[in-house]
Design a binder for this molecule. Structure first.
Ligand SMILES: *Cc1c(COP(=O)(O)O)cnc(C)c1O
Length: 430
């Protein structure tokens, strides 16, 4: 049995001061039961909890740590910054450097603005798209997550064209009046909405590989189809690559799919573990933001030196030849092994993977959208999660999240994970 007495005590103590003991809800073990582990340190692909247990980490701070914990060059860069100052509220060359590294990887980005989180990036990109098109309506997709932006916390009404419903108290109906929610991977539904209301629609925003309802790749032709619809109606196409940028490949989903968005939102990896978000795209659109244009957006700590330095060190390393090849090889090995472990135990699962993000859905059917994702056996996932945790493998405490592989997970780590998965899958039979 895993001994987590200190975590239990820390949890009780935290509850007195912090709602649910966490500063972001997904960290609580709400979906799997039990209390969250309190983490003391991380190194490479491992994290250590305060009871002294060590785990192979497949959460990686929910994606940013593609180089693992305490990467040497990231740490070195941060130490350099600490000799000079942590924030000035004036331009630094670091900001230009990170901007250039992003542009190199994603040619669709001609200009870019740094912000402090993925949420801020999507919120600002939507404001920009609305200011640029002088239209109000936003199309989003059921199960795609773009941060906790008011107007995007909405779920579809009964039909694709009916009014959406806020998914959180505190979001006025008025705020979601201009959001249309459509099932993911259904091009006809998008066509229908755009044919009816094309001139009112400012932007289509999506995760081009969905990663926040488990991992769901786009169907063949889906992204290209969205590009065509957007072009036809003068709609700004926004790829939210906060998770997928520098994750599924160096240039994100736009590189893999060869479909070019007008705007891209980024976060996670481009901060290398420090708080960063960014949005960028065509100059013509980006030049609408202040101080060049009239669309207002600002930030006291935006582009701050610590975050820039961490991002630069991370993106510099990701340029190394062969790094994504190795990630691909190891991720494929893991995904195939996990599938084999389920198949051998006779546990019905559906596996998805794009690059180093992957998912085991406890489902007898294909998972292609939010509806099919919701039909998964989440109780079984919870048992699987705890079985893996006990054996020293830290996956996300929810069925609807991705597992991430880093550049420092070794073949040995992965084979040990698969072996543990074989045991746990067998234990799920009864
Ligand atoms: C994580 C995530 C966000 C939100 O980023 P935060 O930094 O948590 O605000 C937005 N979009 C996608 C696709 C994400 O995965």
């Amino acid at each position: 049995m895993l001994v987590v007495d200190k975590s239990k005590e820390a949890f009780r103590e935290a509850l007195k001061s912090i709602p649910g003991s966490v500063n972001s809800p997904v960290r609580a073990f709400g979906a799997v039961g039990g209390n969250p582990l309190f983490i003391e340190s991380g190194h490479g692909c491992y994290i250590n909890d305060i009871d002294g247990n060590r785990y192979v980490d497949y959460v990686l701070s929910w994606g940013p740590l593609i180089l693992g914990h305490l990467d040497k060059s990231v740490v070195k860069s941060l130490k350099e910054i600490l000799k000079k100052g942590t924030s000035f509220g004036a331009p630094t060359e670091l900001e230009t450097h990170l901007a250039q590294l992003v542009k190199e990887a994603m040619p669709s980005i001609e200009k870019i603005r740094m912000v402090n989180s993925g949420t801020e990036a999507t919120m600002s990109a939507i404001r920009l798209a609305r200011g640029y098109t002088k239209r109000d309506i936003v199309i989003k997709f059921d199960g795609c997550y773009h941060g906790h932006v008011d107007g995007l916390l909405v779920q579809a009404g009964s039909g694709a064209t009916t009014l959406g419903v806020p998914t959180s108290p505190g979001v006025p109906q008025d705020y979601v009046r201009n959001t249309v929610t459509i099932p993911f991977n259904n091009l006809d539904a998008v066509k229908e909405v755009c044919n009816n209301r094309g001139e009112e629609i400012a932007c289509i925003i999506l995760e081009p590989v969905a990663g926040n309802m488990g991992v769901i790749p786009p169907k063949k032709g889906y992204l290209k189809g969205l590009r065509e619809i957007a072009d036809k109606h003068g709609i700004v196409l926004i790829f939210d690559e906060v998770m997928t940028g520098f994750r599924v490949s160096h240039g994100g989903v736009q590189e893999l799919s060869k479909v070019t968005p007008d705007l891209t939102t980024l976060g996670k990896i481009i901060g290398g573990g420090l708080p960063v978000g960014a949005y960028g795209g065509k100059s013509e659109i980006m030049d609408c933001i202040s101080p060049v244009g009239p669309v207002y957006q600002a930030g006291t700590l935006s582009g701050n030196p610590m975050a820039m330095a961490s991002g630069i060190a991370t993106l510099e390393k990701l340029k190394k030849r062969g790094i994504y090849k190795k990630l691909e090889r190891n991720s494929k090995r893991l995904a195939e092994g996990l599938k084999r472990s389920a198949d051998e135990a006779g546990i019905p699962t559906y596996h998805t993977r794009v690059g180093s993000m992957l998912c085991t859905f406890f489902s007898e059917e294909e998972v292609t959208d939010y509806e099919s994702a919701k039909r998964c056996d989440t109780k079984r996932y919870a048992s699987y999660f705890h079985g893996m945790l006990e054996r020293g493998f830290y996956f996300a405490p929810s069925q609807f999240e991705a597992a991430f592989v880093s550049t420092v997970h070794s073949e040995e780590n992965i084979d040990a994970t698969i072996e543990a998965s074989c045991e746990v899958m067998k234990s799920l039979r009864n």
